[in-house]
Design a protein around this ligand. Structure first.
Ligand code: SAH
Length: 345
């Protein structure tokens, strides 16, 4: 059976081309696009200002993705909500909704599983199943906005998967997400987090988007980084820093460093000093994440005073550093944990 084309993954020009080939006027494509990406319609049936025969023809020709919520958990501590969604093929991904002072944020997955193998991360334990389509990334944002009934203002691609290992689909997703005929989320309100695939970081720089790029650094020497992240065997810190400088030069956007603090592994004063030396020249913001213990892994989070001392050391070296609020800890808020639980991991 031939696979039907996925209509929600089409950009407006692509959809226009499709529908004009069927003999429709271009404005029909725009109407349909707005139904999908602005009014968040559940299917062609909801598109009441489009002719019935067009809706029927589209239903025959195209697939219309939808997510099935299989589990929703709300944190009693901070109201964070974690969603487990089933995709059309039965795979599951996680999304997390967080309320901040400046607006609501959703953290979405970019792949089913991950092949990057970071040692402290639950998402990678079962390897990579497949990458997500643009529609499946959009659907997470749309479903969460509809289910919470509140407008989403920030999107972070920091859930399951490595977004730059799904580059083409990520770019299409970003285009539709920030499009004025869609939810029109500002590029500046979107963050993409990567474990550091250097060629793709450079490619992204050349797109000249205004999104924030977050680099998961976690170690300040090649040796230390390799202990936590297999990707460090491929790209050196030197190459990473050059790619960050290039991103900043091309886009004018400062990079964020993510640094998961692991007790006894990367949390000494010396680590903080080395981290400051990397962050200073690039004016990076550092986001410290006390490591979330994962059952299958032996890593532990440093004591609170060590975290604060680490942050203070960075600040003393004039590096802006925040400690990530641990949201949703009571609901398995860390990457990939809820999916693992469902899979019986
Ligand atoms: N693959 C991308 C995005 C997904 S992970 C990346 O590597 O950036 C999002 C962030 O959470 C990364 O910084 C990742 O290293 C971190 N992370 C994953 N598991 C964690 C855990 N158990 N504790 C703390 N941070 C974790």
């Amino acid at each position: 059976m031939e696979k039907k084309k996925d209509i929600k993954s089409m950009t407006l020009p692509q959809l226009t081309e499709e529908l004009t080939a069927l003999g429709e006027k271009p404005f029909r494509a725009k109407q349909m696009y707005q139904w999908m990406h602005q009014k968040l319609a559940d299917g062609f049936g909801a598109m009441t200002n489009l002719p019935g025969r067009l809706r029927e023809e589209c239903a025959q020709r195209y697939s219309y993705t939808a997510l099935k919520p299989v589990r929703v958990r709300e944190s009693a501590i901070d109201g964070t909500k974690k969603f487990l969604f089933e995709l059309a093929d039965g795979n599951v991904v996680e999304s997390v909704w967080m309320r901040y002072k400046h607006g609501n944020s959703v953290c979405i997955s970019s792949q089913v599983g991950c092949r990057m193998g970071c040692r402290f991360c639950a998402s990678t334990l079962g390897g990579l199943e497949r990458s997500l389509w643009p529609s499946e990334m959009l659907d997470q944002v749309y479903a969460v906005q509809k289910m919470t009934g509140e407008r989403i203002s920030n999107v972070v691609v920091m859930g399951i998967g490595e977004p730059l290992d799904n580059y083409g689909n990520l770019l299409t997703f970003l285009g539709i997400l920030t499009d004025e005929n869609g939810l029109h989320i500002s590029q500046r309100s979107v963050t993409v987090s990567t474990c550091g695939i250097v060629p793709e970081m450079r490619r992204l720089a050349e797109e000249k988007l205004q999104i924030t790029l977050a680099l998961s650094l976690h170690g300040t020497t090649d040796d230390k980084r390799r202990r936590l992240m297999p990707i460090a065997n491929q790209y050196s810190i030197d190459d990473l820093m050059k790619a960050c400088a290039y991103y900043f030069k091309q886009t004018g956007r400062r990079i964020t460093f993510e640094y998961s603090l692991v007790g006894g592994v990367n949390d000494t004063d010396e680590d903080a000093e080395q981290l400051a030396a990397l962050a200073r020249p690039l004016s990076c913001h550092v986001n410290l994440i006390p490591v979330n213990p994962v059952r299958e892994r032996k890593y532990v989070s440093p004591p609170g005073e060590r975290v604060r001392a680490f942050q203070a050391k960075l600040e003393r070296h004039k590096v802006n550093a925040t400690v990530r609020r641990e949201m949703g800890r009571d609901i398995e808020g860390a990457c990939g944990q809820l999916r693992r639980e469902l899979l019986g991991g």
